[in-house]
Ligand binder design. Structure first.
Ligand SMILES: C[S@@+](CC[C@H](N)C(=O)[O-])C[C@H]1O[C@@H](n2cnc3c(N)ncnc32)[C@H](O)[C@@H]1O
Length: 254
């Protein structure tokens, strides 16, 4: 289950999460001049975005929600000197409390939920009228080189689902009721020292589990060795190997 995969990665995630940190920073940079009285963050994980939020809004209470219990425990301990942050185990698809939030934010997390449309509708309900929803998403082109090789090496064992596209995301957000104020869509190649280091990094980020990246069964040792060799050959760059990350940030209002 996805929560177990992320619970296992709680201690190693940050060292390997450069693309996620870049997306969180980009999301903070598009926030308008606002003075929210409370913030809800969904899929807060190890708190990369939560830390940036706490720096930007030092007086504002933040409810940081994550579905992985161990992630929440880890972050609660790590952030104990930040009394403004409440760490809560909860599912972004169904999370509700008595509050309507003026700012809801989420980065590199919602592509993991099984029903994105339901999640956007739930977020819309949790947002106060006039409130802001800031969303950072990993999109379909993310790790496309790896997905291509996987399809070649193990055609009968390909992931059940794929990440949403930019257009799908925009359409679902609008049909959930949001008005789109700003958006930024980008594709970036990240360089890793070699194919093994790249696979280790994505495993430590917690992105090798789940229906978007794992087939019915793990790759065999042979398939894995073939994947490493072919990745090294096919996606070499001057300083190692490259991997694409396609991301978008959306600034929305109710
Ligand atoms: C890649 S991490 C990103 C963490 C953080 N937002 C960041 O930018 O570094 C994704 C997080 O989303 C959480 N997550 C996945 N599905 C979720 C759901 N349905 N509800 C809440 N959190 C979820 C995972 O447990 C994980 O901690």
């Amino acid at each position: 289950m996805i929560e177990n995969r992320f619970s296992a990665a709680a201690k190693t995630y940050d060292r390997h999460a450069r693309p996620q940190l870049a997306l969180a920073q980009s999301l903070i940079s598009i926030l308008p001049e606002i003075d929210p009285k409370q913030i809800l963050e969904l899929g807060a994980g190890t708190g990369q975005l939560t830390r940036l939020l706490a720096e930007q809004f030092p007086e504002v209470p933040i409810d940081a929600i994550d579905v992985a219990e161990k992630m929440v425990e880890h972050s609660r301990t790590r952030f104990k000197s930040f009394p403004q942050i409440s760490w809560v185990v909860g599912d972004a698809q169904t999370y509700q409390n008595d509050t309507r939030y003026p700012l809801i934010i989420s980065s590199s997390a919602l592509h993991w939920v099984s029903d994105l449309q339901k999640t956007y509708e739930n977020i819309f309900r949790n947002l106060e009228p006039g409130g802001t929803f800031a969303l950072g998403m990993m999109l379909r082109g993310t790790l496309k080189e790896l997905h291509q090789l996987r399809r070649e090496i193990a055609p009968g064992n390909i992931p059940e689902l794929s990440l949403p596209t930019y257009e799908e995301t925009k359409t679902s957000l609008q049909s959930a009721g949001f008005s789109l104020e700003r958006r930024k869509h980008s594709e970036e190649e990240i360089i890793y020292p070699d194919a093994k280091a790249f696979l280790r990094a994505i495993h430590e980020q917690g992105v090798t589990g789940g229906k978007v990246s794992k087939g019915n069964a793990p790759l065999s040792r042979n398939e894995l060795n073939q994947l490493i060799t072919n990745y090294q050959k096919s996606f070499a760059s001057d300083r190692g190997v490259y991997a694409t990350y396609e991301t978008a940030t959306f600034l929305l209002t109710k």
